[in-house]
Design a protein around this ligand. Structure first.
Ligand SMILES: [Zn+2]
Length: 290
């Protein structure tokens, strides 16, 4: 485990809080929820391009799987771009079939966030059909914590991404999904909410890696008053911003760099007192907040 320079102080504060708590009851040290997180595998049977080593992601996922097996998470979230683009539908379906099979072998329930590369050639229903997931955006509860999966793979005119009909910079959360999100946040009785998304929600609306209406989404999340953190991928690098009382954590991409030392994955723990702990492995940074 490596400590992120910016999180060192809050991590230490978090630890001491936990140590104090352990004096009264060991149950307070047990997280309510434990999850495994991976993102941007870009699995494809293709030659390396730049820093993207497409053929190595399966091996990197296997290493993450070994750690997750010992860790026994309640669920694992894949934060998008699990495959890279192929020339045709059949090839892309084959990439997805292969990586889905490997991902399925990991312990706990699985959740897929749609990334732009997931629906480059495929339609959303083709992707979801293969991975056996009903919806591209939805929510679920574990042990009193509410989790939301978002889908930002829509063009600004509301059309869903499919069959190379979009520019990757034109990511949007359409009106219907915003309405659903607002209602979902109103109706949950959970005190803590965690959001998973592919494209970033913590940048200016005009930036390339952001959702075009990110500021609108952020204000809905802030209004709810109980969203603790948003986990996202897409940028392929570690990043963290705290705005409106919400932590936005961008996770490192599994596809970047060659060899085991360039892997990246993490575990997330949510505690009853509101503490969050992210243990990063290989190139993934650590965070802890109380
Ligand atoms: Zn990606």
């Amino acid at each position: 485990m490596k400590l992120h320079p910016h999180s060192r102080r809050s991590f230490l504060m978090g630890s001491s809080t936990l140590i104090l708590a352990s004096g009264t009851s060991s149950a307070q040290n047990t997280p309510l929820v434990r999850a495994g997180l991976v993102t941007d595998l870009h699995h494809a049977d293709k030659e390396t391009r730049g820093s993207r080593h497409y053929r190595e992601s399966l091996r990197k996922l296997e290493e993450a799987g070994k750690l997750f097996s010992r860790y026994e998470p309640d669920f694992i979230v894949e934060l998008g771009d699990i495959i890279d683009a192929a020339e045709d539908v059949e090839t892309e379906l084959a990439y997805l079939g292969t990586v889905h099979k490997a991902f399925s072998r990991l312990p706990g329930e699985k959740h897929y966030v749609l990334g732009n590369h997931c629906v480059d050639t495929l339609t959303k229903s083709e992707f979801l059909g293969i991975v056996g997931q009903d919806r591209s955006f939805y929510s679920f509860d574990r042990n009193g914590v509410h989790f939301i999966i978002l889908d930002s793979c829509f063009r600004s005119d509301g059309e869903p991404y499919q069959r190379k009909n979009f520019q990757w910079t034109d990511a949007n959360i359409p009106e219907a999904e915003l309405d659903w999100l607002e209602k979902d946040l109103q109706s949950t009785s959970a005190e803590q909410v965690i959001v998973f998304a592919h494209q970033r929600l913590d940048l200016e609306d005009s930036e390339n890696h952001t959702v075009n209406n990110a500021s609108e989404v952020r204000s809905i999340l802030e209004k709810a008053g109980k969203v603790r953190a948003v986990f996202q991928g897409h940028s392929h690098k570690n990043d963290h911003n705290e705005t409106g009382g919400i932590h936005y954590v961008t996770l490192v991409a599994m596809v970047e760099g060659s060899g085991a030392e360039n892997n990246g994955y993490s575990t997330l723990e949510v505690f009853a007192d509101g503490s969050l702990r992210i243990d990063g492995h290989r190139n993934q940074d650590d965070y802890a907040w109380t």
